[in-house]
Design a protein around this ligand. Structure first.
Ligand code: 13P
Length: 254
């Protein structure tokens, strides 16, 4: 069964704990009537540990290590996140892959660790502009997908996010055709390793310059089950407007 669409904010390295607490309070108050959308706040760890929210609002972490504990200076384990009420963990974000050089193997370790800790993993995949221009999009997406999900037996606690690297923070959104094609490709690749039902029902989010003024159009694309939002998730007005657009689309399609 399909779950409700997801509107997930990835704050990246923004907002102090005090700013974050006020922001979440304001946003939740603005969205009290939301019924058919799952809303995720993914602040930096320092803010995450200060927050407490209830459904349909959830806490997401932007990263974690795969070990439970140990000599890993600067890292946070899945168990530490669980203890703080975190239910989703973003894994393999393009900034982790490209700025911090995380390998597919590390990303796969993290997916396993998140699931073992009974959280849900938001696995991000996406091609660079160079990949797209050299016709590598398909092979990059299928490689990131199969390596990221290596050894995973069920998609039950997996959410995928298609984030073309060239659309992140650039104001350039992928076209409707590009998004539809990528989401279809992801589902058909998944069918090689998972059941048709799981592959059809897994949530695939789009991320990359999602704003309040394009959310409505983007959420109506076949195969798009929600958004992972950077810049526009930092302002209550734009983030709530996106959530409302998604809710409206849900109501109209039921
Ligand atoms: P922007 O929405 O700022 O393009 O960022 C997208 C993103 O990286 C979400 O994870």
């Amino acid at each position: 069964m399909k779950t409700y669409p997801i509107v997930a904010g990835n704050w990246k390295m923004h907002k102090t704990p005090n700013e974050g607490i006020l922001f979440v309070k304001k946003t939740v108050n603005m969205l009290l009537d939301i019924q058919k959308v799952t809303i995720i706040f993914s602040p930096p760890f320092t803010t995450l540990f200060e927050l407490d929210v209830e459904a349909p609002f959830y806490l997401g972490a932007q990263n974690c290590h795969w070990e439970s504990q140990g000599a890993f200076t600067g890292e946070i384990s899945p168990e530490m996140l669980v203890d703080c009420g975190v239910e989703f963990v973003i894994v393999g974000h393009s900034e982790r892959r490209h700025v911090f050089h995380e390998s597919d193997e590390w990303i796969n370790n993290k997916v396993h660790a998140v699931l073992n800790a009974k959280m849900k993993s938001i696995l991000c995949i996406g091609e660079t502009l160079e990949d797209r221009e050299s016709n590598q999009t398909k092979s990059i997406l299928s490689s990131q997908l199969s390596k990221g999900l290596n050894g995973i037996k069920s998609l039950e606690n997996i959410v995928l996010a298609y984030e073309p690297v060239w659309a992140i923070g650039t104001g350039k959104t992928a076209s409707i055709e590009q998004i539809e094609e990528a989401h279809q490709l992801i589902r058909s690749e998944l069918q090689k390793d998972f059941s048709t039902e799981e592959s059809q029902n897994v949530s695939i989010l789009y991320g990359g310059s999602v704003k309040d003024d394009n959310a409505r159009e983007l959420i109506s694309i076949e195969g798009v089950d929600g958004f992972l939002i950077g810049g526009a998730s930092l302002k209550a007005e734009s983030f709530t407007a996106i959530a409302r657009n998604v809710e409206q689309q849900m109501k109209e399609t039921i």
